[in-house]
Write a protein that binds this ligand. Structure first.
Ligand SMILES: O=C(O)CCC(=O)C(=O)O
Ligand SMILES: [Fe+2]
Length: 285
């Protein structure tokens, strides 16, 4: 009887020690507890406490509503007036503030990116793929595109800040040297609109006749400043989405574009690029 009590006592002790050890190991693995928007503690699809200050009512599933309008069918360009919410913008701006580095451009095949002030003057932050808001926005971007299948993935989100005279010269977003897998679509999302200049110019797009577009594109000749085609104004919260290739995979020249120089204030944009690993350069004709 006495020995069975002792055995029970020591197994309780081992059980308690094992529980303490498991909790301690979990504590090491998960340095800060994650609290879901509903107040539950968990490890997945949850929101860190630091984020709850931006999103007191954040739900684990994406509740954000947005509208979309086709701007051009060939190339496919879609305008989304409210792709990102005010809270998400505040979060991305605060996240990026201490992290900006000068932006670089493509350095050539097999070479690292380089700084080239003739091509691009801006500062950049690449968001952590695991950041819950970056994940949410990437997920929204994938959903918008109808998922596109298992071969599509979203590149780490890129925040770009353009100060006075900041610009990005004319370019295409995909890589012209690779023959398999490429950036198939682009979202240009405007996080601020307290600047003049800084529009996104597509010289080969056709200006629509309907003046209702004039809220989002430059319409009067003076504002167009001699730039051909279409210039989207940086309107906070909005996004311009486009396809970089024709459905058969060939390059679409119509989406050549530039970020025009900022004339006053600061412009901050967010790029969401989707890659398709199944893309193949069509055989030369
Ligand atoms: O900021 C813009 O308006 C365009 C930026 C852009 O084209 C890019 O980052 O690839
Ligand atoms: Fe671009």
């Amino acid at each position: 009887m006495g020995s069975s009590k002792r055995a029970k006592g020591s197994s309780m002790l081992y059980f308690s020690l094992a529980t303490v050890a498991i909790v301690a190991i979990l504590g090491l693995l998960v340095p800060s507890f994650y609290v879901s928007a509903t107040g539950r503690v968990g490890f997945s699809l949850t929101v860190p406490r630091s984020i709850l200050k931006y999103f007191p009512n954040l739900k684990n599933d994406d509740q954000h509503q947005y509208r979309a309008q086709i701007f051009s069918r060939d190339p496919l360009v879609i305008y989304i007036p409210d792709f990102i919410s005010e809270d998400e913008i505040d979060y991305v701006l605060d996240y990026s503030e201490p992290l900006y580095q000068p932006s670089k451009v493509y350095g050539g095949f097999d070479n690292p990116p380089i700084m080239d002030e003739k091509m691009r003057r801006s500062e950049q932050v690449i968001m952590d793929r695991k950041d819950p808001i970056a994940r949410r926005l990437a997920q929204r971007a994938r959903e918008f595109q109808g998922w596109r299948g298992n071969t599509t993935y979203v590149e780490s989100l890129s925040v770009q800040r353009y100060s006075l005279n900041g610009f990005y010269n004319y370019h295409y977003d995909p890589d012209g040297y690779i023959t398999e897998g490429n950036r198939v679509t682009s979202f240009m999302i405007y996080l601020t609109d307290n600047c003049t200049g800084g529009g996104t110019n597509f010289p080969f797009l056709t200006q629509p006749n309907d003046t209702r577009w004039c809220d989002v594109i430059e319409c009067d000749e003076e504002a167009k400043d001699g730039f051909q085609g279409v210039t989207f104004k940086p309107v906070k919260g909005s996004a311009v989405f486009w396809e970089n290739f024709y459905p058969n995979g060939s390059w679409h020249n119509g989406v050549y574009h530039a970020s025009l120089p900022v004339k006053s204030g600061v412009k901050v944009g967010l790029n969401i690029w989707s890659w398709d690993t199944a893309w193949k350069a069509p055989a030369e004709e």
